[in-house]
Design a protein around this ligand. Structure first.
Ligand SMILES: [Zn+2]
Ligand SMILES: [Zn+2]
Ligand SMILES: [Zn+2]
Length: 259
């Protein structure tokens, strides 16, 4: 299984518009963070997680030229509002793109992008708007995309909820400030975990570094990568202070996961 980190930045991205702080002005490419997204490649499936506002740039950088499905964690703008660029994928694969989300998340996506579920083919083989085939899950049991099994796990995100996923020995938990004991137990001993850590200081809807390190201590993955980082996080400073096996992610990072 191969994971590509397409973006590991918080909702504003890094650099932040108009900010002159040291990280925003940093020349280190690992301090440039697009909005959160990953690409999962497993068992012949190419699966995109979320469609944030940087989706076009992310597809170009990672040379994504086709997808088998998209999975949504939640409907916040920084995870959803690049959805229109899936039209290019529709045009490559020549069919509707299966989209998986919890039923409540799917309802919100349909509210905001009703036209993406209303057909988009022009009758001569092209798509003039994105065309998604809705697949909802209720969170009570795993679901599969091809031969890839997803265990959906609900976590807290401020006043709302987000869906994390365990896929074999890998798990993705973005936009999290509250993981309950059964959630942590469900991930115990996985190979690789990508998990939210916004910054050093506490925040009302995201985990901060000390809290995330506590979760990692419980789950004990072989490797943990931190995501959804804001402009207070200097890549090199965090990398140097973190214990072995825990690193800040960076855009373009490719991770091989033991199946
Ligand atoms: Zn987010
Ligand atoms: Zn800044
Ligand atoms: Zn969010």
């Amino acid at each position: 299984m191969k994971i590509t980190v397409l973006g590991c930045g918080t909702s504003a991205g890094v650099p932040v518009i108009g900010c002159r702080c040291a990280v925003c002005r940093s020349a280190d490419p690992k301090n440039k963070r697009l909005r959160c997204s990953i690409l999962l490649e497993a068992r012949g499936q190419k699966i995109l997680f979320d469609t944030g506002p940087d989706l076009r740039e992310q597809c170009l950088r990672a040379e994504i030229d086709q997808l088998d499905a998209v999975v949504f964690t939640h409907a916040h703008a920084d995870h959803l509002h690049g959805l229109d660029d899936l039209r290019s994928i529709n045009n490559i694969v020549g069919r509707r793109l299966p989209a998986y989300a919890h039923q409540d998340v799917l309802a919100r996506i349909k509210e905001r992008f009703p036209y993406a579920f209303a057909g988009g083919q022009d009758g001569i083989g092209g798509f003039w708007r994105p065309d998604l085939e809705p697949h909802s899950f209720d969170g009570s049991r795993p679901f599969t995309i091809g031969a890839v099994e997803f265990l959906p796990l609900r976590h807290g995100h401020g006043r709302s909820h987000v869906w994390g996923f365990r896929i074999g020995n890998f798990a993705y938990s973005t936009d999290a400030d509250d993981l309950d004991p059964p959630y942590l137990e469900a991930l115990r001993g996985i190979d690789v975990w990508i998990v939210d850590a916004l910054r050093d200081d506490p925040h009302p809807s995201h985990s901060h570094l000390v809290k995330t390190l506590g979760w990692i201590d419980h789950v004990r993955p072989r490797l943990a990568y931190l995501t959804h980082m804001n402009h207070e996080v200097d890549y090199r400073a965090w990398k140097e202070k973190l214990p072995p096996g825990i690193e800040p992610a960076y855009d373009g990072l490719v991770i091989e996961v033991e199946e």
